[in-house]
Design a protein around this ligand. Structure first.
Ligand SMILES: [Zn+2]
Length: 126
């Protein structure tokens, strides 16, 4: 852990918004893109409609316009695990370098962030 990642933090409000949206989408998955400014995730970019499974989530992400402030993705799991599935790992490797998965009960301890290889990373809540 010598050099700081280009994306190293997330605003607490954004995290709360993600968890609230995940609760509202349950039992479907909530999916969004992450936008960062100066290394901190400050915004989520929503997709129209609801997502019912991981495959359709990946497809929607691939249809996003190219936007260089988008650094990765966030999605919810309708269960108690925030471990990436095979489908998630495929998505991570194709889309950005910072990914968040949140799971039940969708609070500030139920999320985990990953890099494009699916390795756990730490984001500071700011
Ligand atoms: Zn997933």
């Amino acid at each position: 852990m010598s050099k700081r990642r280009s994306v190293w933090g997330i605003e607490g409000d954004v995290l709360d918004m993600i968890n609230e949206a995940s609760r509202q989408s349950f039992p479907n998955e909530f999916v969004a893109a992450l936008r960062a400014e100066e290394g901190i995730i400050t915004e989520i970019l929503l997709f129209p409609g609801s997502i019912s499974n991981e495959r359709s989530a990946s497809m929607q992400l691939h249809m996003l316009p190219i936007d260089f402030s988008v650094v990765g993705t966030v999605h919810s799991h309708p269960g108690p695990s925030n471990q990436p599935s095979d489908e998630d790992l495929h998505l991570f490797s194709n889309f950005g370098n910072t990914h968040i998965i949140t799971c039940l009960p969708y609070d500030r301890r139920s999320w985990q962030s990953y890099d494009r290889e699916g390795a756990r990373i730490t984001l500071e809540i700011v």
